[in-house]
Design a protein around this ligand. Structure first.
Ligand code: CA
Length: 228
């Protein structure tokens, strides 16, 4: 089996080394770039399976790479960002980045994000039939949701919302992406719907809606359905 390759774009040599070592230890082939220019060349010359991308690069903004790559490829991109830069994360995700890591982060978090991003690329747009997390079981074909074996009654909009999360299991979804997917392109004025419907879903699906285990909040960014 060919080992998946990951392009690591990071100008901080110590952090780049940390990323390369962690990914290398998991069997990934690692390609390193320390500038936006090197990264732009590496995505085409090395054709990596995924990219771990720092946004603050000496010769430009990493967002440019996301924008450029998304014009021709679904190559998974995991953005590395400093704490408190929510606006950057949201912009990267809305441009088509798959996920983000906030510094400082550990090996486990890094590897989980890369694994999820690679899996979503591997399955592509193939329809996911069933998703299980903890006691939740989401059957998207039959449109049946059960919690600990008991069927949960959802409205059509609630089902549309949870189905979107199920198809993106493990990935963060921004408020804007959720609004657009569930309520359509002209839903800007309905931004509060996301919060209201998420609260309803948590009441129906979580054992303790105040401390959600599965439908977790990504502060300032959006929500994620955690992998079980
Ligand atoms: Ca940097």
């Amino acid at each position: 089996m060919i080992r998946p390759s990951v392009l690591v774009v990071e100008d901080d040599a110590a952090l780049r080394q940390f990323l390369a070592t962690a990914l290398g230890a998991q069997g990934y082939r690692v390609i390193e770039a320390s500038t936006l220019g090197e990264a732009m060349v590496a995505v085409t010359s090395h054709n990596p399976d995924a990219v771990v991308l720092d946004l603050g690069l000496p010769d430009g903004d990493g967002l440019r790479l996301v924008r450029e790559v998304r014009r021709w490829s679904t190559l998974p991109i995991v953005v590395v960002s400093a704490r408190g830069r929510e606006a950057d994360k949201i912009e990267a995700l809305d441009l088509g980045a798959d996920d983000y890591l906030t510094q400082p982060f550990g090996n486990g978090e890094l590897l989980a994000r890369v694994r999820v991003a690679l899996r979503h690329r591997a399955t592509g747009a193939a329809p996911v039939a069933t998703v299980e997390c903890g006691g939740l079981r989401l059957d998207l074909d039959k449109r049946v949701v059960t919690r600990d074996g008991a069927e949960v009654s959802l409205t059509p909009t609630e089902f549309k919302l949870i189905a979107y999360f199920a198809r993106n299991l493990g990935r963060v979804l921004t408020h804007r992406q959720i609004l657009h997917e569930v309520w359509g392109p002209n839903s800007g004025e309905h931004a509060h719907y996301v919060r209201v419907y998420m609260a309803e879903l948590r009441k129906k699906l979580e054992a303790d809606p105040a401390r959600p285990q599965w439908l977790v909040t990504e502060p300032g960014v959006g929500y994620r359905l955690r992998e079980g």
